[in-house]
Design a protein around this ligand. Structure first.
Ligand SMILES: NC(=O)c1ccc[n+]([C@@H]2O[C@H](COP(=O)([O-])OP(=O)(O)OC[C@H]3O[C@@H](n4cnc5c(N)ncnc54)[C@H](OP(=O)(O)O)[C@@H]3O)[C@@H](O)[C@H]2O)c1
Length: 250
């Protein structure tokens, strides 16, 4: 895909991987609409770059997602959707408030990407070339037991992305899944292991779009993938031993 002159929406584009992806898309010549809850964060991310616009929305909320879709339908034609916004929450399944936490995480991490993709698909399919980028995680291969909502949501994103790629295989739509390892962002701030920079994810993601990559496994995820196929139980235990020793962002 040629990114120069394209128009992309990046959810969670005001921080972390979303901000780095926005920067990489800008370098490649695309204009970007960034979406998030905090107007201040979006303003700071936009800075003085007239190629970046912003839209305030809580994507866990259905009516905010509908507002975003309506805004995009009225705006200049959309070429790229980057479903990136997400949270990773510790959820103890013994707790009484578990239902709300899990529901919220599924709404943001799974249903929002599905809702936006389904609603925006007619616009994307009307373009000469278009793309959907879904940011999942290397943890789809060995989920952390302490974050069951996140684990379920990201497994769902992976499966949905495969189904979307299959159903649109005869269309001019590229479907890219980005599977990062631990990245140095707010989401992983409580996590003590080694981390890659968000810029590395953003740059690799933009490059993968131009190359037509289907699944972009980064850093340790390149090894986690085959290892989890060869020895799934051992890898699950190892990952959860590591997760048990370090904090994960609440
Ligand atoms: N960091 C990692 O180690 C890692 C590893 C693998 C995959 N990932 C995935 O990468 C994606 C981005 O994560 P990150 O590490 O960049 O996180 P981050 O630095 O915490 O940024 C999250 C972004 O999502 C936005 N956001 C959060 N809740 C939202 C909501 N309800 N509605 C709209 N926007 C919302 C935030 O903006 P506001 O707060 O202003 O809303 C922020 O821009 C996530 O899907 C995550 O699962 C991260």
């Amino acid at each position: 895909m040629e990114l120069d002159g394209k128009f992309a929406v990046v959810t969670g584009g005001g921080a972390g991987i979303g901000l780095a992806t926005t920067a990489a898309l800008r370098v490649a010549g695309a204009n970007v609409l960034i979406v998030g809850r905090s107007p201040e964060r979006l303003d700071a991310a936009r800075g003085t770059d007239t190629g970046i616009t912003s839209f305030v929305a809580d994507l866990a909320e259905e009516r905010d997602r509908d507002r975003l879709v309506a805004h995009l339908a009225e705006n200049r034609p959309l070429d790229v959707v980057v479903n990136n916004a997400g949270t990773m929450t510790d959820v103890d399944l013994h707790d009484r408030d578990v239902m709300w936490k899990a529901k919220h995480e599924l709404a943001l991490d799974l249903w929002a990407p599905m809702h936006l993709t389904i609603a925006l698909l007619p616009i994307l399919l009307s373009r000469r070339e278009a793309a959907v980028v879904n940011v999942s995680t290397g943890l789809i291969y060995a989920p952390f037991g302490r974050t069951p909502g996140y684990a379920a949501a990201k497994a769902g994103v992976h499966a949905f992305t495969q189904a979307l790629r299959h159903q649109t295989r005869h269309d001019a739509l590229q479907v890219l899944e980005v599977l990062p390892p631990t990245v140095d962002t707010e989401l992983a701030s409580g996590y003590g292991g080694s981390k890659i920079k968000p810029e590395a994810v953003g740059t690799a993601g933009a490059k993968a779009l131009t190359k037509g990559t289907a699944e972009l496994r980064l850093g340790r995820v390149k090894f986690l993938y085959p290892m989890s196929r060869l020895a799934p139980n051992a890898i699950f235990s190892m990952m959860n031993k590591v997760a048990g020793k370090v904090g994960v962002t609440k």
